[in-house]
Design a protein around this ligand. Structure first.
Ligand SMILES: C[S@@+](CC[C@H](N)C(=O)[O-])C[C@H]1O[C@@H](n2cnc3c(N)ncnc32)[C@H](O)[C@@H]1O
Length: 317
């Protein structure tokens, strides 16, 4: 007899599937064309993101980890008792692993659009934390963060590391922070990338090994599977550059030759040099992001950083 898995995943992915697909088709046919960053994260995309985090050039992951390590006890004391630890955009759940032994929550809730990643991570984690109830919520939170109330018990801490908040425009980021605040009875622990030199940022998002390029191009393969389009990734190239005016990294896919692509039964011509905008990653000063947290309704904001002030870890309640 097969043993019951020691975790449970609630699948809310299919709820708005038709609307999501229509939106994707509209975005690809539009000029300029865009792709929402959530389309990076099929199984290969999740693995490529894991590889990006190990690159020398990609400082955010190791800088955030170092800030957590250097301030673990102080951050844990600020957060106080946590009953439900909610990992928003959990991916492989690696970052939560370092917190769970400290916090010992009654429940861990990992939320992500990539259901297979949740499954793999929770399978591994459940036996390691027998005293913590392990839950997954497979959902797309890009339009709205909707957490069924029965998945939250007691004081809930929302954990949103990796500067994923940078994928939203500043207005939408404030809106998403407000949405998280509704659930964050035990506060929000969030990692945010700091503004820094263009050279350092450009290298982080266009690495020498081409891993970020593969991550960006893989979105086209994922989209082909989702809507049956016929993008040929060999006819596109990765662009990842810091836009100093907007204070954001922009990732684009640029057509290396003119081409026709079948998108849901209609041909879209992309001219050579035309770009599909696939991601923004906004960078913030400490003052800018503190102000956004307050605008979202958080009254009490504490920040930790490293000596170079390369990354911020905020706890807001
Ligand atoms: C940049 S990774 C961060 C992973 C991990 N939290 C970390 O900091 O290393 C972003 C994660 O958010 C998930 N994600 C992206 N867009 C999402 C969406 N709209 N809804 C739910 N999850 C999403 C991705 O699948 C991915 O696991």
């Amino acid at each position: 007899m097969m043993a019951e898995p020691a975790y449970r995943i609630v699948d809310r992915l299919r709820i708005d599937e038709a609307a999501e697909i229509n939106q994707l088709i509209r975005d690809l046919r539009a000029t300029p064309a865009t792709i929402e960053p959530k389309y990076f994260y099929d199984e290969l995309g999740c693995a490529l993101y894991g590889a990006i985090c190990q690159l020398d050039e990609y400082y955010p992951t190791r800088t955030e980890r170092a800030i957590f390590q250097a301030n673990r006890a102080e951050i844990a004391a600020a957060m106080g008792q946590v009953d439900t630890f909610v990992d928003v955009g959990a991916g492989d759940c690696c970052k939560a692993l370092s917190w769970l032994p400290y916090i010992e929550p009654k429940r861990y809730l990992a939320i992500d659009i990539a259901a297979p990643s949740l499954d793999t991570a929770l399978t591994k984690m459940a036996p390691e934390f027998p005293g913590t109830e392990m839950l997954g919520l497979a959902t797309d939170f890009s339009k709205k963060l909707d957490i069924p109330p029965e998945l939250l018990a007691g004081r809930s801490l929302l954990f949103y590391p990796g500067s994923s908040i940078g994928n939203f425009t500043p207005d939408r980021a404030v809106d998403f922070l407000s949405q998280m605040r509704r659930y964050a009875t035990g506060g929000l622990l969030i990692g945010v990338d700091a503004k820094k030199s263009k050279a350092r940022l450009d290298a982080a998002y266009d690495d020498a090994l081409g891993v970020t390029s593969a991550f960006n191009l893989n979105a086209l393969r994922h989209i082909n599977r989702v809507i049956g389009s016929n993008f040929d990734e060999k006819k596109w190239r990765h662009i990842g550059q810091y836009n100093e005016v907007h204070g954001r990294i922009e990732m684009h896919l640029e057509a290396t030759e003119s081409q026709d692509v079948d998108i849901d039964g209609m041909v879209r011509r992309y001219e050579q040099g035309e770009r599909i905008h696939s991601e923004n990653s906004y960078k913030y000063s400490e003052a800018e992001f503190s102000a956004m947290l307050r605008q979202a309704g958080f009254a009490d904001v504490t920040v930790w950083t490293n000596e170079a002030k390369a990354f911020w870890v905020f706890y807001a309640v």
